[in-house]
Design a protein around this ligand. Structure first.
Ligand code: GLC
Length: 415
């Protein structure tokens, strides 16, 4: 069975391989996505480490001069996706979007190079590029120097329509945007996707930033949506720490020190997002200064960073307390907004499971980590390599033959 799963996963990574980058799945997502690629490299390393490094190199070849790494690279023309390059209007040599995604590259790079030291020389230039991206977060997304970076569009979190964004999203208008036709609902069941009202707001933000000509140092203050997502920041902190270790080993002491300093500042600030009542971290609405009362997987993903062990233990207990047949629901079942089938408002995503399990294991919560890994593999065995899954029934949802799901399976099988 293990061998069969392994070969099925490798097959999916190969089907979706476009040479120097991998699409998340054909049809629904026909380009390169930022955090998908970094996590995909972790799957590819099990059968071709050099190809895995190419995945990350290709992503960073499209880094903006300011340091931002875009969330989508539109390598090829494809009308099956909205919003395409014309809507973004970023004027890059190869078109890209103008927002970013969770910075998991530093973590992925270290994990890849730990097992493939022969690639270190080739990977050397990436140390500086990833650091520039980390520096960019602190400079442009934390103008007051709080230690934590804000996202300015829900898509930056990677958890597109999470309940977390409902309240801050009310400040984003739905009027005055150009007429558009969605494409995602032609590939997947509309009942499992974001609503039209949410889409209008997504597009309003894109048009607002385009109006500012994507000057990334101006967008944070101009955005009516500024949210500090604990999961996103945990990924940034973990990537800074992992990149720092790698940089030390590769003789880049200054880069190591810089990344470590950013991580420590972030870790100290993260503590303020803890909710004793929910037994997890919460998002902060930077515009109102209030924590957002929404217990999502973003606040559980925080264990990916080295948070205090007692808090990691509470996060493990909170996940158990979900009481779902499959872990980890992207929103706490039984709380406001939970929807077992709608994208990031309830369904299980294997990439999030992977990072939570990794963090719990590092914090000594090995049983809890093993339960999440086991649950993830049960989903695959029962429902195949889907984009996301119903946490109550295990039903496969969204796109099929999904790249990062397959990549995570290769990681889980080798853990
Ligand atoms: C969706 C997900 C996002 C992912 C993208 C490609 O937009 O919400 O996290 O990167 O699809 O798989």
């Amino acid at each position: 069975m293990t061998d069969l799963l392994q070969s099925a996963a490798i097959e999916i990574l190969k089907i979706n391989d476009r040479g120097s980058y991998t699409v998340p799945t054909k049809g629904l997502y026909p380009f390169q996505w930022n955090w998908d690629s970094c996590l995909t490299a972790l799957g590819q390393r099990h059968f071709d480490s050099a190809r895995a490094l190419t995945e990350i190199e290709t992503l960073f070849a499209h880094q903006w001069p300011c340091g931002m790494v875009p969330h989508i690279i539109f390598h090829a023309q494809d009308d099956g996706y909205f919003p395409g390059p014309d809507v973004w209007g970023c004027k890059r040599p190869v078109p890209t979007s103008g927002i970013t995604q969770p910075p998991v590259a530093g973590f992925a790079l270290r994990r890849l190079l730990d097992k493939a030291p022969e690639l270190r020389d080739r990977a050397q230039p990436l140390l500086g590029k990833v650091t520039t991206w980390h520096r960019w977060f602190h400079a442009t997304r934390d103008p007051q120097g709080s230690g934590l970076a804000a996202i300015i569009h829900p898509w930056e979190s990677g958890r597109d329509n999470s309940v977390d964004w409902d309240i801050p999203f009310e400040r984003v208008p739905t009027t005055g945007i150009a007429p558009y036709t969605r494409r995602d609902t032609q590939h997947a069941d509309p009942a499992h996707r974001p609503t039209k009202e949410q889409y209008d707001r997504y597009i309003w933000l894109v048009e607002c930033f385009r109006g500012l000509e994507w000057q990334t140092d101006k967008l944070h203050d101009a955005s009516p949506f500024q949210v500090v997502d604990p999961g996103f920041n945990a990924i940034l902190i973990r990537s800074c720490l992992d990149l720092a270790d790698l940089a030390d080993e590769m003789g880049e002491t200054a880069l190591a020190q810089e990344n470590r300093a950013l991580a420590h500042k972030g870790l100290a600030a993260l503590s303020a997002l803890w909710s004793e009542r929910h037994g997890q971290y919460l998002c902060l609405d930077r515009i109102t200064g209030q924590l957002i009362d929404s217990p999502s997987s973003g606040g559980l993903l925080t264990v990916f960073a080295p948070i205090p062990p007692d808090r990691a233990a509470r996060v493990a207990a909170t996940i158990d307390g979900h009481g779902t047949r499959f872990h980890v629901a992207s929103h706490a079942p039984g709380t406001k907004g939970f929807d077992a089938k709608r994208y990031w408002r309830g369904p299980v995503w294997l990439v999030v499971n992977y990072m939570i399990a990794d963090g719990l294991r590092n914090a000594g919560q090995t049983d809890a980590a093993a339960r999440i890994t086991g649950s993830s593999l049960d989903l695959i065995r029962g429902s195949g390599f889907a984009e996301y899954y119903d946490p109550l029934t295990g039903e496969a949802l969204g796109g099929g033959q999904f790249t990062w799901t397959a990549a995570m399976v290769l990681e889980f099988l080798s853990a």
